[in-house]
Every structure is written in structure tokens, then in C-alpha cells.
Ligand binder design. Structure first.
Ligand code: JAH
Length: 296
């Protein structure tokens, strides 16, 4: 696979020279080229931005350097047509299945915007995908590109040694993975779950499935609506009690009555029992147990 990245901060992509992605590149499993957008400017200040039409804060990236850069880069291999990706918080969500789809392409170009983004006409003209890696605003598309390039590269044939570890990932089953352990068997008074040391592989597989189901129910209950669950899975999910909310700004919801009131006030249409169990309204952070206010 070939990957080109266009940015005003090529050094921001230097981490791609390291570790798994860097090793894949040195083995010619992926060819990653970064380009400084300012190489396609002509003025003495190498200007890439201008004021937004219609007013408002910030600056917008001018279309001409982007168009010149992309024309030049695609002309380097006229036999292929690249998939052009623009990272933006206004994009469609990047997921493991999106990563798998991108990993099937033989050429990707990532266009890293800065400021308020790239002129919409050049995005319309060139972008195949506008992708968001999550609901937060970064200073530009570079870090989102690092994320996507890493997620894609590790799916390329030969990049990850043990192919089973890819199939076994969190999200490969649509469930979160449970915890993992290594030696020593007891650390700081905490023992590794006995079943993992039992040698009973069928029982271990069942336990891992249960841990994954419980964790998913607590932390990402919406994921459970998207996968097929067996009757045994459903029983595990139904028995997973979700603790009261322990962090964030919203007050905990302690009972079904509270949940109905709070859901109504928040304008959220949701099963009150679900809300009461999760202890928070809408899609806010999951409840406590873990030290993180975003984790249960
Ligand atoms: C910010 C251009 N989904 C994460 C993400 C991706 C891109 C950007 N922000 C967040 C971004 C400013 C300018 C892109």
C-alpha cells in the first residue's frame, strides 16, 4: 500500500517512522510519503490560509495549494487512483470496519487541514471520505491521520506477526475485550483469576466471553444492539448490574423514578430502567467502579 500525507507540519507525522508502522515501512509493506503543502504556494509568505466568506472567527485553507498538491501527487502514478481521505470532526465515524475497508485500497492520500478547515470546494472536488476519529476538536488533521494510518497499517498482510491477535482484538467481535494478565500469579496482593490458570480451555473461553459481555454492558451498552447474542450471552448481560454514576458533571441517577424525571428533563427517550441502572442520562459517561470518570 502507498500512503501520501499532505500537511503544513510534516514533522508531526514523524511517529510513523517508529515502531510497528516504521517497521512495516522499512520492510516495504507500506510506502508512506509526507508532503509540505507550502511547497505548492507561490507567494513569499507561502500563504495557505485566508479569511472565511460570510465572516466568523479563524481562517480557512485556500483551495489552490491543495488542488495543485493533489494534482501533482496523483500524477506520480497515473496507473492508479487513490482514495482521498480528509480527517475532520464533521466526518463520518472512523471504526474498525472503516479501517478494514481502507486497508483493502492500494493507495491512500490523507489531507490534513488546520485552522477552521479546508475550503469546501476542494474537499468536494477531491475527497472520497471525510472521517472523524471522535467527537472532539483537534488543532488539525495530523493526529487523526496518525491514528488512521496506524489502524490501517496493522491490518496489512505481514505487518502483525500473529494474525490471531488481529482477529481477537476488541471490536473484531463487536465487544470490548476483558482484562488480560501475565506473571506473577499474585501481584501486590491481587491474584490472577483462578480460571485462567486452570488449563480448562473451554471454561476459559466462556469466562472471557462473559467478561467481554459484562464490560461492554457497563461501558458501551449501545454496542450490544449491533451484534448477535446467544441466549447464554443474554443471560450474562441481564445479570450485569450497572453501578451508580461516580464521575463527570451530571448527578447520579439512583432509581427508576429519578431516571424518569431526569430523562424527561433531558429530553431523552430511553428505557427508565436502563437509565436507572446506568446511573446517568443520555450518552454521557458510564458509571463508576473504575477511577476514570469516563469508565465503569
Ligand atoms: C481540526 C482540521 N475527529 C478528530 C478530528 C479530526 C480533525 C480535526 N479535529 C478533530 C481538525 C482542525 C482543523 C481538522
Amino acid at each position: 500500500m502507498r500512503i501520501d500525507v499532505v500537511t503544513i507540519f510534516p514533522d508531526y507525522l514523524r511517529p510513523l517512522e517508529l515502531a510497528l508502522v516504521g517497521r512495516a515501512a522499512s520492510r516495504d509493506l507500506v510506502d508512506i510519503q509526507t508532503h509540505d503543502l507550502r511547497a505548492w504556494t507561490h507567494d513569499v509568505h507561502r500563504t495557505v490560509d485566508d479569511s472565511p466568506y460570510g465572516g466568523g472567527p479563524g481562517m480557512v485553507m485556500r483551495p489552490e495549494p491543495w488542488d495543485a498538491a493533489l494534482r501533482d501527487i496523483v500524477a506520480r502514478d497515473p496507473s492508479r487512483r487513490p482514495r482521498v481521505v480528509v480527517p475532520t470532526p464533521a466526518g463520518v465515524p472512523f471504526t474498525q470496519s472503516y479501517a478494514a475497508e481502507l486497508a483493502e485500497q492500494d493507495w491512500l492520500i490523507f489531507c490534513c487541514g488546520r485552522y477552521e478547515g479546508i475550503d469546501g470546494r476542494v474537499v468536494d472536488a477531491w475527497a472520497d471520505d471525510e472521517i472523524s476519529i471522535g467527537d472532539y476538536v483537534l488543532a488539525g488533521g495530523e493526529v487523526a491521520t496518525l491514528v488512521m494510518v496506524e489502524a490501517v497499517t496493522r491490518l496489512l498482510p505481514g505487518v502483525v506477526g500473529n494474525a490471531e491477535s488481529i482477529i481477537d482484538d476488541s471490536f473484531a467481535h463487536g465487544l470490548l475485550e476483558g482484562p488480560v494478565y501475565t506473571r506473577p500469579p499474585v501481584w501486590e496482593g491481587r491474584a490472577v483469576p483462578e480460571i485462567l490458570r486452570s488449563g480448562d480451555h473451554a471454561a476459559i473461553a466462556r469466562w472471557r466471553r462473559e467478561e467481554a459481555l459484562r464490560r461492554t454492558r457497563r461501558r458501551r451498552p449501545e454496542l450490544l444492539d449491533r451484534i448477535e447474542l446467544s441466549d447464554a450471552d443474554r443471560a450474562v448481560v441481564a445479570s450485569t448490574i450497572v453501578a451508580a454514576h461516580g464521575g463527570g458533571d451530571d448527578p447520579p441517577v439512583t432509581g427508576v423514578e429519578d431516571a424518569v424525571t431526569a430523562a424527561g428533563a433531558a429530553g431523552v427517550v430511553e428505557d427508565a430502567v436502563t437509565v436507572a441502572e446506568r446511573g446517568t442520562i443520555g450518552d454521557g459517561p458510564a458509571p463508576s467502579g473504575c477511577a476514570s470518570s469516563h469508565c465503569s
